[in-house]
Write a protein that binds this ligand. Structure first.
Ligand code: ATP
Length: 433
């Protein structure tokens, strides 16, 4: 884990937020490469969940909603975590997350003297408008799905959909986590990719099973190590009271097996709760059969940041090439920050590379790297996961071909310049071994 965190900081993937002021616990900045990786993961999700389907549409709702939203959803009353404090060193923990190796600085024996658990609401509050009183309190959304429920009717009518259909959204969520930790795994500001699928009640379990299969395949398709992905069914006493079925997709992170995504059958709980609190009817009437019902909801909910961490953990490899140690990020080409790097063998050849760059950049994020020996440049790109290095040499001037080096196998191939775009398109969409 330390190696991944160091690589992320050194190579421009992820840094602590506001680092020059000492950072702020639970908040992270994504640098140039992290931003690309993140955007690629989100684009892959959107492609599968929205663009390739007739029955799912997208939404981008505001982060702050009418505070009644969070009363109706149950977050104001119930979105609590138990919290304990060490009476000696004043550190704060979630009781189930006290690390046994964590030592109390104020106790010679190193053991914390913990208080009884107290409940702590995880929603981040802010206030809206010029006055700061009870009426001005608002919340930064704790999950993106609530706005999907609020907008359900609008979206259904304006996009001419009817159940079964889904609404998908990618966006920031905020939780005042007691103990943000494990890098970007548990932070206070993070991003979710959520899809709520509205179905006739009788079809909900069937859709639940279908979405489970779709979601697991997606994780594999973006290169997460399949041997580290697992299903875990929620036990009866762990399930939200309204959930008819709940499974997590868990991943073997370097610090243990933890939740990556949740797939839940939320029944008609959310739409009914908002009907009750808003006074607006959220039911649906089938125009043909005249049957009226409140749709059931099958939810798939995954964190962008956890996904990105799982991708990095799956991709991080240390190996040897020609007797030299190298660090390699074996990211699936679909999500790699750069799809290729164009490397002129000599600075003198830089001008000749420009038309190649221009052509490839119409479709892909391509780096242009002129500094250092060619070997050094290969290593640099191995470390940030660039799947292909394209070397332009003096012979290229004559034969209009370039050498493509494969990141994982280090094998090299001579390819005509005017076939490059197609070569990359095929290589990127295909599966990597
Ligand atoms: P956990 O039990 O780990 O706190 P959760 O069950 O509260 O997670 P959900 O409310 O189901 O999480 O949220 C859906 C997804 O959002 C999670 O599977 C996870 O990928 C992501 N997520 C939730 N909380 C965080 C967080 N604090 N930091 C980063 N991602 C998060």
């Amino acid at each position: 884990m330390e190696k991944i965190v160091a690589l992320c900081a050194n190579r421009g993937f992820i840094y602590p937020s506001s680092e020059i002021y000492g950072g702020i616990n639970g908040f992270w900045d994504y640098g140039p490469l992290g931003t690309e990786l993140r955007n690629n993961i989100k684009a892959e999700w959107w492609q599968l969940m929205v663009r390739e389907r007739d029955d799912v549409v997208g939404l981008d709702s505001s982060i702050i909603a009418n505070p009644q939203t969070w009363v109706a959803s149950g977050h104001v009353a119930h979105f609590h975590d138990p919290m304990v404090d060490c009476k000696l060193c004043k550190k704060r923990f979630r009781p189930d997350q006290v690390d046994p190796s964590d030592r109390c600085a104020e106790n010679e024996s190193g053991t914390h003297d913990l208080t009884e658990p107290r409940q702590f609401n995880l929603m981040l509050q802010t206030s809206i408008g010029a006055t700061e009183d009870k009426a001005s309190i608002a919340y930064l959304r704790a999950e993106t799905c609530q706005s999907i429920f609020l907008d359900f009717k609008r979206v259904m009518q304006s996009s001419r959909k009817k159940p079964p259909f889904g609404i998908a959204q990618i966006g920031k969520a905020f939780r005042n986590e007691i103990n943000p930790r494990n890098f970007i795994f548990r932070s206070r500001e993070f991003e979710q990719m959520e899809m709520e699928f509205f179905t006739p009640p009788a079809e909900a379990m069937d859709w639940f099973e279908r979405w489970r299969a779709v979601r697991m395949e997606w994780h594999k398709s973006i290169g997460l190590d399949p041997t580290r992905l697992h299903w875990r069914e929620h036990a009866e006493n762990e399930r939200a009271h309204y959930a008819a079925a709940a499974y997590d997709i868990e991943f073997d992170f370097p610090f243990g097996r933890h939740e990556l995504e949740g797939v839940h059958n939320r029944t008609d709980f959310d739409l009914k709760a908002h009907t009750e609190h808003s006074g607006k009817d959220m039911s649906y009437t089938n125009a043909e059969t005249k049957e009226r019902y409140t749709p059931y909801v099958v939810e798939t909910s995954v964190g962008v940041d956890r996904c990105l961490l799982a991708a990095l953990a799956s991709a991080y490899v240390e190996d040897e090439v020609g007797g030299d140690a190298r660090t390699l990020l074996k990211l699936h080409p679909k999500i790699a920050p750069f799809k290729a790097a164009v490397l002129p063998l000599s600075k003198k050849l830089s001008e000749s590379c420009q038309p190649i760059l221009k052509a490839l950049r119409t479709r892909f994020n391509i780096d242009f790297d002129v500094s250092g020996s060619i070997g050094k440049r290969y290593r640099r790109h191995d470390e940030i996961g660039t799947p292909f290095c394209i070397t332009y040499d003096f012979e290229s001037e004559e034969d209009h071909k370039v050498t493509i080096r494969d990141r994982d196998t280090t094998t090299q191939q001579r390819v005509p310049i005017d076939g490059l775009l197609e070569y990359l398109a095929t290589a990127i969409s295909g599966d990597v071994g």
